[in-house]
Design a protein around this ligand. Sequence first.
Ligand code: ARG
Length: 458
Amino acid sequence: MGTLWHGRFDRGPAEELLAFTVSLPFDQRLAADDLVGSRAHVRGLVRAGILDAAEAGLVQAALDRVEEEINGGRFEYRPSDEDIHTAVERRVTELAGPAGAKLHTGRSRNDQVATDLRLYCRRSLTEIIARVLELQGVLLERAIAAGETYLPGYTHLQRAQPVLLAHHLLAHGWALARDVDRLDATRTRLNVSPLGAGALAGSSLDLDPEGVARDLGFDGPFENSLDAVSDRDFVAEALFDLALLGVHLSRLGEEIILWSTEEFGFLRLDDAYSTGSSMLPQKKNPDIAELARGKVGRLVGNLTGLLTTLKGLPLAYNRDLQEDKEPLFDSVDQMSLALGAMQGLLASSWFDTDRMQAAADSPYLVATDLAELLVEQGTPFREAHALIGGLVRDSIERHVPLAELVAAHPDLGDAAVELLEPGVSVTRRTTPGGAGPKPVAHQLDRFRARLQTDRERS
Ligand code: ARG
């Protein structure tokens, strides 16, 4: 009899049941976390007087052996191993005999799987945070290297006002800083140990959930055993954080796609980070950026899928909860790949700063500066806006350069014409957090400091 519950049953499981309910193919990747959790559980059982030192030694040695077998690809799974927890316990019992059979004392797979998944989530989010920080590092380096290069800033994808390239790059950097914050907060909130909750109600044995929690690096044990085994908020939160991070990468990706078109021509991709076409010899395609955009479909899908699974579930553990793993693994894997690829793409691509600046040197992008010049001279803004708007319309309709109309206007004159010189307008964005060289220098310092702090706490 292979099942964990054979005592109560007089027949083994049907093939269809095993085929449908088995989670081993995907939860194998929790093996390392399962072993860490089991070792701490064994130490807890020793403190509780349930295992003596000799028994604990046998079980720990068996766990070491299981680890070696798994890492070496020599672990033999059996058809009856419905999940990684079952497989490990079965093997430990084979290796350690009666002592091994004590491993599961005071523990259910319900608190065990919740523990494993929290451990997995904690280390995966730590890895994701590290990768986000690396991508932010590339954005910072490129922002520093961009110096006072400027390009058009857009609203409605229409040229609006010139902004420093550094400012534009850091806008993406700050969004990623919020992602780091969110991932870190999720990691902190999930750092609670479910071990000791048992199947749902705790135990009659004098276990030591507090000590086990500390042993596993958790901030403390659960408050409520029902909640401990049925809570998957941390998975939903992680999936949300990853989905929003994905949305940010997708927005960055969309701009890389636009900028690398012939129409924009702001960016050239490195050969190693772009793809060709099987038919069109001239093509160089931004596939990384496109997939960064496209993968968000499944990141959002993973989140909505899990929320839908959780909705309406009664307390406490239900097998539905097994559906928490694949979306989580998938979002972590995809995000990890996306971050690495986007980092390489950004680090290796080449900015055509002449094209950027030429696009930003259109006199129409200076219209707001012209209106603000009038405001400085006492004209109410609404009036100034109408006056400059009229000049722009004139210039377009009569095909007269705006500079000529500005020079000829009695309220404008030389100071206004100077604003139309290439590169002048962006220097006028002087307010804190603005797009000009002065505030951007300050912003670079703040971003660098923030990145440093985040690196230290990551
Ligand atoms: N494979 C299961 C899961 O991932 C483990 C817990 C099973 N517990 C149970 N009572 N059937 O959720």
